[in-house]
Design a protein around this ligand. Sequence first.
Ligand SMILES: *[C@@H]1O[C@H](CO)[C@@H](O)[C@H](O)[C@H]1NC(C)=O
Length: 362
Amino acid sequence: MSSTLWRVALIIVALYVDAQNAQLVPALFIFGDSLVDVGNNNHIRLSLIKANFPHNGVDYPDGKATGRFNNGLNSADFLAQKLGFAGSPPAYLFLEGRGNISSSILNGVNFASGGAGILDENSGGSLSMNKQVEYYATVHGNLVAQLGSAEAQKLVAKSLFMVVIGSNDMFSYFESNSKLKAKYTPQQYIDLLISTFKVQLQRIYNLGARRIVSVGVGAVGCCPSQRSKMNKTGDCVEEENNLARSFNTALKSLLASQLTPNLQGFRYALCNTYGVASKYFQNPSVYGFKDVMNACCGAGKLNARIACLPVVKYCSNRREYLFWDLYHPTQIVAQMLVDTFYEGSADHVSPINVKQLVSTSI
Ligand SMILES: *[C@@H]1O[C@H](CO)[C@@H](O)[C@H](O)[C@H]1NC(C)=O
């Protein structure tokens, strides 16, 4: 080949590689709670579940409070980065507020809402998982209208669907005077959550989703809020962690034994948040943590009696804290979890990791 041809060939290869690196999937759709909310709750006028004020966002560019429930970026943002997106998919209610969602949905949308649960009754002041699925149906309809049915189906099938839900359903069961606890045994409650979640996931599948990243619940009984309220010694609340583990076991079986055999082409990566986080609690220093008990931002016992409001103090060494506030992990934890789920081994993410999930052919 002449040198000019070589140069042209190299440019084509470079462009190709660049396009590949640019985005590993066409779009990213995110469902869930405050762990992945990028600002939906800012647009729910009457909701009290908000984070769009200091000191939230102190480590976000320009120290801006965006509505994310931590000091900076969250897992939705870090997953979008891993997948090569220029930015995190926009909050659905932000797009809706502008009156026209069409142009901004081709790279995905984030439906997640702080306070959301699988059950509507556990989702006061937020977009419940059912509501989020309903909004996704609207987005799907809009994609079909823009691209035509065949192209929309192709785009959606190749896209990634991240679902981070269940923690608020755990918290609700352990609220003082919980009606749920009076009504259901732990096993009945798990059955109800899983059968409800099953319908929600099936509905997303019926609207074209094929690649699901399902994130299990963490050690919710170890949140500063729960420790400070429910365990005199300030240790983790065992009964609550037991419920979380039961939920995760049932979730694993839902995905492997109920959905996979019955839904043609359904693929998933199940992220073992509980298992990964347990390592942080057991060996903090190995992972760079000095404090895995207290909230960085807050006041009172474990900095968890008063939430992270502008009037309270926050720690300067955020990298060394597992918890940002009484409920939420710090930015560094979100990043470490996504790194692990992306390329991790089968004890942390199974049956395949997220990297493998996005490279399976559709
Ligand atoms: C409080 O923590 C201790 C120590 O981990 C544990 O043995 C106990 O069961 C916990 N209490 C509750 C109510 O979870």
